[in-house]
Design a protein around this ligand. Structure first.
Ligand code: NAD
Length: 376
């Protein structure tokens, strides 16, 4: 069975879907691994390291993709890549079915069996394949460093002969995987941290990290599978009114709120930003799915009366060495889950296979993906 890893073509994507250690793991499982030359270059991994791990280096993606049984990618493939894939090949990557309806339709019409990491069921058995979590965790960590780098003050309280320095106050909105890692990182840097989430279940986790959980007098909201559900505009309006005073008191606000398959909820209005002290920093990790902050511009850093809003896209790609390593492990685990006796063997009775598979045998086979594609 041939596994292909092309170089990512999406602008700004520095991650690679397989690193030498995981290539070695697949080779040990009896698979033939092909990697496009310089596929790992932006993640500081040279061809030689893949070669030593037992992978074959191909000079062109075309050579690899045409006869691959399985293709591993980070970003959804683009049209030129899709048309190179063999009918019946398995593809594992982030596919963003909620916003990439055309890609999903094209994968179906080309007869590709595509797995979307966004749709992987979040059950304990699938934790080692959960790329959303591994990448979100890295993004939450980095968001704090980005804020610390730009803010004109120290994070920890410091008592010096020249006087006492007050600690930085960090507010984290959305205490899921990214938010919890942001809280832990900000605490390690010595900040005073508070956090808010619509799911009251996270209160204990937030407090165990040494942060204060902000409870708003609003009806608790939890959807399926531990996720938040989409809130009404009336709820969000009330939420913004109540959270406003906490935002005004913060030096750093990190927003990570998301609802699967939906636009990110609007948590911070322009007026709320203007109510913050000059020098404050907002990092909007939801920038790519619409932003939690009204004024966020995806991919840009903007100044609003002295308050900086960072709308950095693809934060995991800024730490490609670690995020590729984690991602590769997630992807290799999912691939090996689909392989029996050295060949792809799909069992659609299995919750992981059924849940993450988006297209198969010419059709969109996943109910969640069907809904996303028709809503897009
Ligand atoms: P996510 O990225 O979809 O959302 C991030 C956070 O934003 C969530 O905590 C959500 O409640 C919050 N949010 C949504 N709307 C909001 C609003 N209006 N105001 C404030 N906060 C809002 O979620 P995620 O981080 O990928 O995962 C969320 C949860 O899923 C985890 O904390 C965990 O409970 C569960 N999970 C389970 C597994 C597993 O069992 N394998 C793996 C990963 C996650």
């Amino acid at each position: 069975m041939k596994v292909a890893v092309p170089r990512e073509i999406e602008q700004g994507e520095r991650r690679v879907a397989l690193v030498p250690d995981t290539a070695r793991m697949l080779v040990a499982a009896g698979l033939q691994v092909g990697v496009e030359t310089r596929a790992g270059a932006a993640a500081f991994i040279d061809d030689d390291a893949y070669d030593k791990a037992g992978a074959k280096i191909a000079s062109r993606a075309g050579e690899l993709l045409r006869d691959a049984d399985a293709v591993l990618k980070v970003q959804a493939p683009r049209e030129p890549e899709i048309s190179l894939l063999r009918k019946g090949a398995v593809l594992i990557s982030f596919l963003q079915p909620a916003t990439q309806a055309d890609t999903v339709r094209s994968l179906a019409s080309h007869g590709i069996t595509a797995f979307s990491l966004e749709l992987l069921p979040r059950i304990s058995r699938a934790q080692s394949m959960d790329a959303l979590s591994s990448q979100a965790s890295a993004a939450g960590y980095k968001a704090v460093l980005m804020a610390a780098d730009r803010i004109g003050k120290l994070f920890p309280m410091m008592m010096t002969a020249a006087g006492t320095v007050a600690p930085t106050r960090v507010l984290v909105m959305g205490a899921g995987v990214a938010g919890l890692q942001a809280i832990a990182t900000a605490r390690r840097l010595g900040a005073v941290v508070s956090a808010y989430d619509v799911r009251p279940a996270v209160k204990e986790e937030v407090e165990s990290l040494g942060a204060t959980f902000i409870e708003l007098p609003l009806q608790s909201q939890e959807g399926e599978g531990g996720y938040a559900r989409e809130q009404s505009e009336e709820f969000l309006q009330k939420q913004r009114e109540l959270i406003g005073e906490h935002i005004a008191k913060s030096d750093v606000v990190i927003t990570t709120a998301a609802v699967p398959g939906r636009r990110a909820p609007l948590l911070v209005t322009g007026d709320m930003v203007r109510g913050m002290r000059p020098g404050s920093i907002i990092v909007d990790l939801a920038a790519e799915t619409g932003g939690n902050v009204e004024l966020t511009q995806p991919g840009r850093e903007i100044d609003v009366g002295g308050v900086t809003i960072l709308g950095t896209r693809n934060v995991p790609s800024t730490m490609p060495l670690t995020t590729s390593q984690l991602y590769a492990r997630n992807v290799a685990n999912l691939l090996l889950h689909l392989v029996k006796n050295g060949a792809i063997s799909l069992d659609f009775q299995d919750e992981i296979t059924r849940g993450a598979c988006v297209t198969h045998a010419g059709e969109i086979v996943n109910e969640r993906a069907k809904q996303m594609v028709s809503a897009a």
